[in-house]
Design a protein. Structure first.
Length: 116
C-alpha cells in the first residue's frame, strides 16, 4: 500500500464507519496519546523499564503490541493529513530532498556515527 492509498483507505473508512473525523485538535491529542503508548512499549522492550506483572504485552516483550501501536500512530497521522489537505506522499518526497541537500555530508562525517 502506498502512502496515497493509505490516505484514501483511511478516508474511506472514516466516511463508512467513523461517522466523521474528530477535530484536528482532538486528533492531535490522540496522536500524542498513541505516541506515548508506543514509547511505553519501547521503554520496556529496549530501555531500562520493566513490565508490570499483569501487563499482557509482557508475554512477547511487546513485539506484537509495538506494531499495533505504530499502526495507530500512522492511522491518526493519516487522519490529520486528510483533514488538513496534506499530501503526505509529496511532503515526504520534499522532506527527503531537503534532508539530502542539507545533510548529505553531515552524518557521513560525524565521528560519533563511525563504526568501531
Amino acid at each position: 500500500m502506498t502512502i496515497e492509498e493509505a490516505q484514501k483507505a483511511v478516508d474511506k473508512w472514516i466516511k463508512e464507519y467513523g461517522v466523521r473525523y474528530f477535530s484536528e485538535l482532538t486528533n492531535m491529542a490522540v496522536l500524542t496519546e498513541e505516541v506515548g503508548e508506543m514509547a511505553k512499549i519501547i521503554a520496556r522492550r529496549y530501555g531500562e523499564q520493566s513490565w508490570k506483572k499483569d501487563d499482557p504485552r509482557a508475554a512477547d516483550n511487546g513485539k506484537k503490541a509495538l506494531g499495533d501501536e505504530m499502526a495507530d500512530v500512522l492511522w491518526v497521522l493519516l487522519c490529520l493529513a486528510n483533514q488538513t489537505g496534506v499530501d503526505l506522499t509529496e511532503e515526504l518526497r520534499k522532506n527527503i530532498e531537503k534532508k539530502t541537500l542539507r545533510d548529505k555530508d553531515r552524518h557521513v562525517n560525524n565521528e560519533k556515527l563511525k563504526q568501531e
